[in-house]
Ligand binder design. Structure first.
Ligand SMILES: C[S@@+](CC[C@H](N)C(=O)[O-])C[C@H]1O[C@@H](n2cnc3c(N)ncnc32)[C@H](O)[C@@H]1O
Ligand SMILES: [Zn+2]
Length: 364
């Protein structure tokens, strides 16, 4: 067995391989992912999860914490690597955590036993290779949590990879992080729809180098149809940073809404809510870190304005305007009867429910 280092997180101490690099530059154990684990444990608590699958458990940081922090829960930790299983086993014993260790390819396991209340999928990179089997097999009301770290692809930097993996048109935008999250949720919805499954989005967010989406599986044809109403193309203008959702069934997607004459068709993207406000409130009672509370407050405030945020610095540069203080813009917009909201995606971003011309007017 490789040499180990010990890491403390919350209530547990776990051993992980020293200097292990399993995939490119991504470290084997990532302390930044503590929030990811905190939110998954909070989701399990508020939805009273009794049977949990940590689909890609690695050394068991999430599984062992889940077992220690929640009473009466069956925790299944699944990991394919024989070497990593040794660490998982040792961590189970050292923490006296009565978890069930499974050593299967997650896609096979999902076809053999998907009878869980909550399935968490935390891969290196994209979750696409596991999503289809999860949606095919999960039962009605199962919660699925997916992590994605392939931000370059999801956010519009690698257009070819985005077509291959997600089958969406992407581009660099001034709201790249939101583009990535809406791109990912849109993909989940299309994958679900083909199995006549709808998804109910519980909570999603962006942090540091990853996206997380928690949703509930609804095995219902009408829920699937309803869900698909939240899929739209997004028309985007490079010249003035104007953006507008366009119905997927609308043939007039070349509409020149900003007057510049050159629009890109991006997506399809999810234009529905990316978090349920009442779930945000419940999560707020469970998570303890200041940054987690901040994410929740911002995400909650973002849900009323589906149009992606504007990066105010970039917007002012593109449109040759002087940068104004965000508070001033919020005030002037309010005086003009327009809604604004800050965003967790970007400190200099602002959501705005008016169009580009109205924003330019306010900034002048
Ligand atoms: C990013 S790590 C998981 C980290 C873990 N969730 C945590 O919080 O520490 C991904 C893990 O998935 C495992 N894995 C990759 N492909 C798999 C598959 N098809 N089935 C099961 N496990 C797999 C890898 O060996 C790796 O340990
Ligand atoms: Zn324009």
């Amino acid at each position: 067995m490789q040499t180990a280092i010990k890491i403390k997180e919350s209530s547990v101490e776990i051993s992980v391989p020293e200097n292990e690099k399993l995939s490119g530059k991504i470290p084997f154990f990532n302390p930044v992912m503590k929030f990811n684990r905190d939110f998954s444990i909070a989701i399990a608590k508020i939805f009273n999860v009794r049977r949990f699958l940590d689909g890609l458990s690695a050394c068991g940081a999430l599984s062992i914490r889940m077992k220690k922090e929640i009473k009466d829960i069956e925790v299944n930790a699944n990991e394919i690597s024989d070497e990593t299983i040794k660490f998982l086993q040792q961590n189970k014993e050292n923490n006296n955590a009565d978890i069930i260790i499974r050593n299967r390819d997650l896609n096979l396991l999902l076809n053999e036993d998907a009878n869980f209340d909550f399935i968490d999928i935390d891969p290196f990179g994209s979750p696409v290779q596991f999503l289809s089997n999860a949606l095919l097999n999960a039962r009605h009301n199962t919660i699925i949590g997916i992590t994605a770290t392939d931000l370059g692809t999801l956010c519009g930097i690698f257009g070819d990879a985005c077509i291959r993996r997600y089958w969406t048109f992407s581009s660099k935008t001034d709201f790249d992080k939101e583009f990535g999250l809406r791109n990912l949720i849109g993909y989940v919805a299309r994958e679900a729809a083909k199995y006549e499954v709808g998804v109910e989005i519980l909570f999603s967010y962006y942090f540091h180098h990853y996206f997380k989406v928690y949703f509930r599986v609804k095995r219902s044809r009408s829920r699937a149809d309803e869900m698909l109403k939240n899929l739209n193309f997004l028309l985007y203008c490079d010249k003035c940073a104007g953006r507008k959702y366009s119905d997927i069934a609308d043939a007039s997607i070349t509409g020149n809404f900003c007057g510049c004459g050159k629009l890109k068709i991006l997506g399809p993207l999810w234009n529905g809510k990316f978090a349920d406000v009442s779930v945000c409130d419940l999560l707020g009672k469970e998570v303890k870190e200041k940054t987690e509370q901040k994410i929740l407050t911002l995400v909650k405030g973002e849900q009323e304005i589906p149009i992606p945020y504007y990066d105010l610095h970039k917007f002012c540069k593109i449109n040759r305007l002087q940068v104004k203080g965000t508070e001033d813009i919020i005030k002037i917009a309010g005086e003009n009867g327009l809604k604004t909201a800050r965003t967790h995606f970007d400190g200099t971003g602002l959501r705005f429910n008016g169009d580009v011309k109205e924003l330019v007017k306010i900034l002048k």
